[in-house]
Design a protein around this ligand. Structure first.
Ligand code: HEM
Length: 633
């Protein structure tokens, strides 16, 4: 409660909360001296300690000073009271120990001179702070100078010239200076504009990177719950603003304010080999993205569908024989075979499956400690990245000799509007990224499809009915898949309901801007929450319920812009996922083949999702699988 305003608008509450500690500390110091044999010496020592106690928060606040009036007021009050305690110390030293200013000055020691300079400069700075607005550059420079001077003098005096309790004070002062400098680094020079979004910068230097790495999904969920849709944090050595919810997501996609260039943390850039779509922006990103999207058209999918069906048939037969198995393990194999088949035309089976293991090791690099020791997770990820790049190089060579109609074949002949193509170096990197994106996207989505159909028999029954009605048998194509409207709703709800991706790739703020009255500073990192955006109850009622009807065509069309963003938002040639339609096609094809002929039941197990980058059931989805006798007569 503000009662009386002092100059510089220091409130009585601010004054009282610093004056009383000052009074108590100083009185305690002087009283303690009364019990000591050499009274004046101990008055000087203890008042110096009192001054140090007040200096510690004053210097901490000074290092972190920003535009907040309250912080400025507390700094000035503590700075002033520390100075007053110092004057008391000097008084007892000069008059109590030396017997007068002449004797003190006549002592001529460097310490005596530096103490007098210190007192004069400190007093001058307080006067400038009290009676000017302190905006002049020379005042700012001298203020930093006097803080360094006072800070160093107190450090030397407490740490080197004295022992015992003084040393504890010295260590505390040193630690508080260090912490303040680290926090200042974390917050980009102590940016504390009152209008920054709420949030925490976490630990000095590390920020909140560890909680993010431990569980990226609950990281965003917890913070949205605590701070609301826009919050600040500190990740990978940089302050970051996270945008959640349709409006915030749309703002984040505005290229006037945000760029992906140089925005991702170093390990992500290194793992993606520095130069792939998520790390690019502007014209070059658009050019490359438009070339790559030529392999993701309905016409291209019609070319891929036989390959998808062949791979599905291969594994379905295997599962029929196995009877019971862990589906996640099997879907990993299927996904590796499928990426190999779709991208570079390989047959499904064990050779392709090893590429999955290599991709898995590569993916682990994204959630590992990013130090390359060769043998550790990050080092192994980089080695496997290089293995994948070489593997793709070989495929490029083979495709050049013998052109094919798979994804790589399409990309080799694809051209942008200006007639340019991807160079081989660009192609190998992009296809390596596609291997990673597709492999993980495939097995996660397929596992969740099987889980969903097992957990919701009424939804599975309706989908089975639709399959029976429109595609009871025969090969599939895009036109036939189009008829499966309900199955498509299920595939959409899977991607909304489950936390497959926590957030987009990182962006960076291009220029100072504002969102909902929050200041968004230039140079900060930015990211948009995906799962959190799709769990906003105002858009998706009862977000924790699995309801495919949300995506009935009329409901889907009525959704606000960028509210359904499982694979990013904005236009296709922006940073939206290239594989969005392919994953729908794959889920529908697999759904058709499963529902046409099979049924499965979940075995006793833990179905909770793990904390992986792409979460799946902890026990890997153990099932008993076989021909559905009601469907296949
Ligand atoms: C369920 C499966 C998938 C999910 C949930 C998913 C999700 C995402 C997300 C969230 C992004 C980042 C968007 C952003 O930063 O704004 C992304 C980017 C991307 N995804 Fe996917 N993805 C999936 C499958 C695939 C597949 C199958 C492919 C390719 C075959 C693919 C290729 C890509 C590419 C190339 C990008 C980078 C786009 C760019 O920056 O221009 N994804 N995906």
């Amino acid at each position: 409660m503000e009662i009386v305003k002092f100059k510089r608008n220091i409130s009585l509450a601010e004054f009282a909360s610093t004056f009383f500690p000052f009074g108590i500390i100083l009185i305690a110091a002087l009283l303690a001296a009364e019990f000591k044999p050499n009274l004046n010496l101990h008055r000087a020592i203890y008042s110096f300690w009192a001054s140090t106690v007040l200096l510690i928060p004053a210097i901490y606040l000074y290092i972190l000073l920003g535009k907040l009036a309250k912080k400025n007021n507390y700094w000035l009050l503590l700075w002033t009271f520390s100075f007053l305690a110092y004057l008391v110390h000097l008084f007892y030293e000069v008059f109590g120990i030396y017997g007068g200013i002449q004797d003190f000055a006549a002592d001529g020691s460097a310490i005596a001179v530096s103490k007098l300079i210190l007192a004069f400069w400190w007093g001058l700075d307080i006067s400038l702070a009290r009676f000017t607005d302190s905006s002049a550059t020379w005042i700012q420079i001298q203020r930093t100078g006097v803080h360094i001077y006072v800070g160093l003098s107190f450090l030397v005096a407490n740490l080197i010239l004295q022992a015992g309790f003084a040393r504890t004070l010295g260590i505390t002062l040193a630690i508080s200076i260090l912490v303040a400098l680290l926090v200042r680094h974390n917050t980009r020079n102590g940016q504390d504009n009152e209008n920054l979004p709420p949030g925490s910068y976490g630990l000095p230097l590390l920020g909140e990177t560890i909680p993010l790495a431990l569980d990226i999904h609950s990281f965003y969920r917890k913070r949205v719950k605590k701070y609301g849709p826009v919050f600040k944090t500190h990740l990978f050595g940089k302050p970051v603003i996270a945008f959640n919810g349709p409006e915030a997501f749309t703002f984040f996609l505005n290229q006037e304010y945000f760029t992906r260039e140089n925005a991702s943390p170093h390990p992500i850039k290194e793992l993606l080999d520095w130069d792939t779509l998520p790390l690019l922006d502007g014209d070059e990103h658009r050019r490359r993205k438009r070339i790559i999207l030529q392999a993701f058209t309905p016409e291209a999918f019609d070319k891929y569908i036989p390959s998808i069906e062949q791979t599905a048939a291969y594994y379905l037969k295997r599962w029929e024989k196995l009877g019971s198995f862990t589906w996640l393990t099997e879907y990993r194999k299927l996904s590796a075979s499928l990426t190999n088949a779709l991208f570079i035309g390989k047959e499904p089976g064990p050779t392709s499956e090893t590429v999955g293991e290599i991709t898995d090791t590569f993916i682990k690099g994204f959630s590992s400690v990013p130090i390359n020791l060769g043998f550790n997770a990050y080092g192994r990820a980089l080695k496997n990245r290089d293995w994948l790049l070489n593997y793709i190089d070989q495929a490029i060579g083979q495709h050049r000799q013998q052109p094919r109609q798979d994804l790589l074949g399409l990309l080799l002949s694809a051209r942008s509007e200006d007639g340019s193509t991807l160079t081989d170096v660009q192609l190998r990197r992009e296809v390596m990224h596609l291997f990673f994106a597709a492999y993980s996207g495939f097995y996660v989505a397929l596992t969740l499809l099987s889980l969903t159909l097992a957990q919701h028999p009424e939804i599975a029954a309706r989908a089975r009915q639709e399959v029976k009605q429109y595609v009871p048998d025969g090969p599939l194509d895009m036109a036939r898949l189009q008829k499966l409207v309900y199955l498509e709703q299920i595939t959409k709800e899977i991607r909304r309901f489950y936390p497959i991706n926590a957030a987009t790739f990182f962006g960076q703020v291009k220029k100072d801007c504002e969102f909902q009255n929050f200041h968004i500073p230039k140079g900060w990192g930015a990211v948009a929450g995906i799962h959190t955006t799709m769990h906003i109850p105002q858009v998706f009622s009862e977000p924790q319920s699995f309801k495919p009807c949300r995506f009935a065509p009329e409901n889907f069309a009525a959704l606000p812009e960028n509210s359904y963003v499982p694979q990013g938002g904005g236009p296709r040639d922006g940073h939206r996922c290239a594989g969005e339609d392919l994953i729908t096609v794959l889920l529908k094809i697999m759904g058709v083949h499963l529902l046409r002929r099979y049924s499965w039941e979940l075995l006793p197990q833990n179905l909770e999702l793990n904390q992986d980058l792409f979460p799946t059931p902890r026990d890997g989805l153990k099932v008993r699988f076989g021909i559905d006798r009601q469907t296949v007569t």
